[in-house]
Design a protein around this ligand. Sequence first.
Ligand code: URA
Length: 214
Amino acid sequence: MNASAQQNVFVIHHPLVQHKLTLMRNKETSTSSFRRLMNEVSMLMAYEVTHDMAMQEIEIETPLERMKSRVIDGKKLVFVSILRAGNGILEGMLSVIPGARVGHIGLYRDPKTLGAVEYYCKMPQNMNQRDVIVIDPMLATGHTAVAAIERIKEFKPKSIKFVCLVSCPEGISAVHQIYPDVAIYTASIDRQLNEHAYIVPGLGDAGDRIFGTK
Ligand code: URA
């Protein structure tokens, strides 16, 4: 795996991932390019986060002889997209693992309490037999990630991993203080959060940049 690990955090150093992330950070990058890059980088992150996926042996016949060979069971995997920016990662991940199931979770921040409030949650059936990969491009304060993980844990999945393109020390600590068992895969741990809870240097608002809403 082309990633370095410490305390259940895996930073993906692959040159293709880092190159695409640099292009995405650039404020001159257009919405269409940003979306295409998000798609491409998501495929590459899918490759890293599934490096230890369970496999099974099946018997097949090549044009020359019978053999046993290994396959994954994509149906056991669930991508849970945190709305709305998580959907920017979803397409790329599904193009690599088309058999995966998909859950969605929608949370907004209550302006008074600043707590995460759920407005949507739909998961596939039999979650207790599945491995979950939670996807959200930015791990900022960690409040949304923690609320999403808490909710997903109610479905008792076999495992939970979290994938984001950009993270920061504050977000990683917030998640791991409560859920140290959740492995975090990220292309970068940026310097810090600013006073508006944006990651700096970051790439701005991922949702706005994916969907062109600003
Ligand atoms: N969400 C974003 O889209 N960007 C940030 O920098 C922080 C949260």
